[in-house]
Design a protein around this ligand. Structure first.
Ligand code: ADP
Ligand code: MG
Length: 342
C-alpha cells in the first residue's frame, strides 16, 4: 500500500525511484555507499527495498538507537541486537569469535574483560561471506566513541572485500562530522565513498503518487484538493503519504491534516532547539528573513541584548548541519509552518 506510513520494503509498494534504486544496485559492491536526503524523503524505504532485491545476507543497524555520548556498552548493545535480527547464516559465521555468545536466535557481545569482543575480528570473520552492513541514520554514531566505528569502516574498506556498508543520513552535515572524510587524522581520510542523493518528487510525480494511492484505497478525491496537497508538501513523499493516509482514515478537511503534520513538525523542531536562540533563528527564517544581519537584528530586538557573532554563526551552522535550513530557507515547508508556532 502506497499510503502505509511505515518505510516500504517491497519493490511494488515503492513508488518510482527507479533511478535511485538502479544506482544503488549498480554500486552495491563498493566498500561504502551513502544515501542522503532530508527526513521523510524515502531513504529507509529505498534502503530496505534494495536489501530485499539483492540476494545477499545483510545486517540492518538503526543509528537512532544510540544516545548522544554513547559508550561501549551502548554500541555493543546496538550491534548485538542488529546481529540478532540478521538470521542464522550470519550468526553461524561469527559464532566462534571471541566475546560472541549465541543463545537460540539471539547473540550477546562482551565489551570488557578477557573475553571481550574485538569488532575488527568480528568483521574479518563476517567477510568470509558476502555481507551488506546497512546503517540507517549513521550520523548518530558521532560522539566520543565515534572513532571505533570509523576505524572499523576504514579497516573493512581496505581489507574486507566482501563487505559493503550502506549508510543513510538525514542530517548531512552531521553525517560528514561522523565520517571525517576530509580530516587527515581520520581513518577514513581520502577514501572514495559513493554518495546517492535522494531528492523530492517533481510536481507530476507527486500528483501521480497521490492518484495511485487513492486508487489503491478505492477512494475518489477532489483533484483540486490533490493539487493543494502537492503545492504544500513540495514533493516530499513522507508528507504525501501522511496526507493520503490521514485522508483515507477519514479526516477530510485539508486544514485538519495540515495541523496534524505541523504539530508533528513542531515537536521535531522543539527537540532540536538547544537554546532560546535556536527558536528565534527558526522563527526569523520562517518569517522570511534571509540574511545573517537581518536575523541578528531580529534576535537582538527580541532579547533586548547584543548577540555575539560567533554564537549566531554556530546556531545557523548547526541548523544547516541538521539539514533543517539551507541558505536561510527551510528545506521542508512543513518545518517552516511549524517554526512560526515555536
Ligand atoms: P526517510 O528514511 O528518508 O525518513 P522513509 O523511507 O521513512 O523516509 O519514508 C517516509 C514515508 O514516506 C514512509 O511512510 C514511506 O512509506 C513513504 N515513502 C517514501 N518514499 C516512498 C516511495 N517512493 N513510495 C511510497 N512510499 C514512500
Ligand atoms: Mg529513515
Amino acid at each position: 500500500m502506497l499510503f502505509d506510513e511505515r518505510p516500504k520494503s517491497n519493490r511494488e509498494d515503492l513508488f518510482d525511484r527507479d533511478r535511485e534504486l538502479g544506482e544503488l544496485l549498480d554500486n552495491i559492491h563498493r566498500p561504502i555507499i551513502l544515501l542522503t536526503g532530508i527526513r521523510r524523503i524515502g531513504k529507509t524505504s529505498i534502503l530496505r527495498v534494495a536489501l530485499n532485491m539483492v540476494d545477499t545476507e545483510y545486517i540492518l543497524i538503526d543509528g537512532r538507537g544510540l544516545k548522544p555520548n554513547y559508550g561501549f556498552k551502548d554500541l555493543y548493545n546496538l550491534l548485538s541486537s542488529a546481529f540478532s535480527r540478521s538470521g542464522s547464516r550470519i550468526l553461524e559465521l561469527i559464532k566462534d569469535v571471541r566475546g560472541v555468545k549465541i543463545l537460540g536466535s539471539g547473540v550477546e557481545f562482551s565489551w570488557g574483560g578477557r573475553e571481550s569482543l574485538d569488532l575488527i575480528e568480528l568483521f574479518d570473520r563476517l567477510n568470509s561471506r558476502r555481507v551488506i552492513v546497512a546503517i540507517d541514520e549513521a550520523q548518530y554514531f558521532r560522539g566520543p566513541q565515534s572513532n571505533i566505528m570509523r576505524s572499523l569502516l576504514a579497516h573493512s574498506y581496505d581489507y574486507n572485500d566482501n563487505i559493503t556498508f550502506i549508510l543513510t543520513g538525514s542530517e548531512v552535515g552531521l553525517l560528514h562530522d561522523f565520517l571525517l572524510l576530509d580530516d587527515p587524522d581520520s581513518p577514513l581520510y581520502g577514501r572514495y565513498i559513493h554518495n546517492i542523493t535522494i531528492g523530492r518528487f517533481g510536481r507530476d510525480e507527486s500528483i501521480e503518487f497521490l492518484r495511485r494511492g487513492f486508487n489503491e484505497a478505492g477512494l475518489e478525491i477532489d483533484p483540486w484538493l490533490m493539487e493543494k496537497a502537492v503545492d504544500l508538501f513540495d514533493g516530499i513523499p513522507g508528507w504525501l503519504t501522511f496526507f493520503g493516509n490521514r485522508y483515507v482514515s477519514g479526516i477530510r478537511r485539508m486544514e485538519d491534516i495540515i495541523d496534524m503534520a505541523v504539530n508533528m513538525a513542531v515537536k521535531e523542531l522543539r527537540s532540536i532547539c538547544r537554546t532560546e536562540r535556536y527558536r528565534y533563528v527558526l522563527k526569523g527564517i520562517a518569517e522570511g528573513l534571509d540574511s545573517w544581519s537581518k536575523i541578528k537584528r531580529y534576535i537582538e530586538e527580541r532579547e533586548k541584548r547584543t548577540v555575539s557573532d560567533s554564537i549566531l554563526s554556530k546556531v545557523i551552522r548547526s541548523l544547516e548541519d541538521m539539514s533543517i535550513i539551507s541558505e536561510y530557507k527551510f528545506l521542508d515547508p512543513v518545518h517552516q509552518l511549524a517554526a512560526r508556532k515555536l
